[in-house]
Design a protein around this ligand. Structure first.
Ligand code: ARG
Length: 426
């Protein structure tokens, strides 16, 4: 290949050779990478490009402008899909039921969005006669894994190209290419300090000064959540209502899921809630640092977990967190169509049938904690749990017998292991 910007070393059967590409469905955001791609694919592959832009509730996006830009750059068409309701219902809700946090801190918003974006890419590619899907992910991240795994699961005949992974243009060269081809560069040509991704369940920043692990986050990272030190001096309580594990109301007002998540996000953002400084093990082996702003998740997930604990038995409460962790790991790792995930979802749904009630969360300068609970399904009886006399319902006289049998094997093992040691040895 003559152009040094175009070097494809094919390592997977689904990667498209230039000769195989007729029409390309491009996952288009309107940013620099995918705008350069839009033009570059037409030139390098002599292929038609259909653009697809997916709205998952990323704040402040003007889709008319994005569409206009795609058409201006020669896209045959630019489809803008409002997928917020599907995202909330089919992706965020299962994550809530699974208390989904990867690595103990990341509520998976990007990881939840990618399989939906990829599914829509397959649908629109098939509908518009495209043989190839193009995306703007790099070769270092998780998103390529999520998008490509989904595409080839849903349509094994679909080809994929990921130009950013192959072309040897850095940001400077991309800007030069954009200038050469009349592509407007959003926000000017200054190097943006961070790489951002967002949707209605959260926002991430990576790169630039964040890569210096010894440095606390710079203030300019946080565009969504108020800095906790600047949050209101008065706490605010919000009552989150759940039915069957799904959040259905805030302070008694019933809301659709998208609106509820958006409102929870606004409340949390105002109180500085949901800033996560996260060291993360990527699926491709890299360890990186992410700064997350997840104000909705930081209220809804702990509220859900609190209610689940109240209605679950000791056995459910001990067991489910292991499965929750594995759920988050599979989704993080891009295996949305892995059967084990459906198996886990069956358990999540079953446990969540009982998760109905209300949790009051107190928001105050960066913290969100449960301060009150109510549920018709609570396995809680104040008469039993209290320090007062509970009559015949709970027999304290039965406790010593229980203790004797409960501790039997442990005591026996302890004594076997310490055979021969006299009492005075320890
Ligand atoms: N670390 C997160 C994840 O792997 C966020 C990734 C954000 N993606 C991006 N292209 N900036 O899901």
């Amino acid at each position: 290949m003559s152009d040094p910007r175009h070097t494809l070393i094919k390592t997977a059967s689904y990667e498209a050779e230039p000769g195989e590409v007729g029409r390309v469905l491009l996952l288009y955001s309107g940013g620099l990478d995918t705008s350069v791609m839009l033009k570059w694919i037409q030139d390098e592959y002599e292929a038609d490009v259909v653009a697809l832009t997916v709205n998952l509730g990323q704040p402040g996006e003007d889709y008319e402008v994005v569409k206009g830009k795609a058409l201006h750059l020669g896209a045959l068409d630019c489809h803008v899909v409002d997928a917020r309701a599907e995202f909330a219902r089919e992706y965020v809700l299962p994550a809530i039921k699974a208390n989904a946090l990867y690595g103990g801190g990341y509520p998976l918003f990007t990881a939840l969005g990618r399989p939906l974006i990829a599914k829509l890419a397959v649908e629109y590619a098939q509908r518009t006669g495209c043989d190839t899907i193009a995306h703007g992910c790099t070769g270092k991240g998780n998103d390529q894994v999520r998008i490509e795994s989904t595409v080839i699961a849903l349509d094994p005949s679909m080809k994929i190209i990921a130009p950013v992974r192959g072309w040897q243009m850095g940001r400077e060269e991309e800007i030069a290419y954009a200038r050469e081809h009349g592509i407007a560069v959003k926000g000017g040509t200054e190097t943006p300090p961070y790489s951002i991704d967002d949707n209605l369940w959260g926002r991430s920043s990576e790169g630039g000064p964040i890569e210096d692990l010894e440095e606390p986050p710079h203030d300019d990272v946080f565009q969504l959540v108020t800095r906790p030190e600047e949050a209101p001096d008065e706490p605010e309580d919000v009552v989150v209502g759940f039915e069957g594990g799904a959040p259905v109301s805030l302070d008694g007002e019933r809301l659709g899921l998208v609106e509820l998540l958006e409102r929870a996000g606004e409340l949390g953002a105002r109180h500085g809630v949901g800033i996560v400084d996260h060291i993360e093990d990527r699926i491709v082996g890299l360890k990186v640092r992410d700064l997350y702003e997840v104000p909705a998740a930081a209220i809804i997930l702990p509220a859900h977990k609190e209610l689940e604990k109240l209605v679950g038995t000791i056995h459910q409460n001990n067991f489910k967190p292991h499965l929750d962790d594995h759920w988050a790991y599979l989704v993080y790792a891009g295996l949305w169509y892995e059967p084990l995930l459906s198996d886990l979802n069956a358990l999540m749904d079953s446990v969540n049938e009982q998760v109905t009630g209300e949790i009051t969360m107190r928001l105050y300068k960066g913290s969100a904690r449960a301060v009150a609970r109510r549920s018709p399904n609570a396995l809680y009886d104040p008469a039993l749990a209290g320090f007062g006399e509970s009559g015949g319902l709970f027999s304290q006289q039965a406790s010593p017998g229980f203790i004797e049998l409960w501790s039997l094997q442990s005591r026996m093992a302890y004594n076997v292991r310490n055979r021969g040691r006299s009492r005075n040895d320890d």
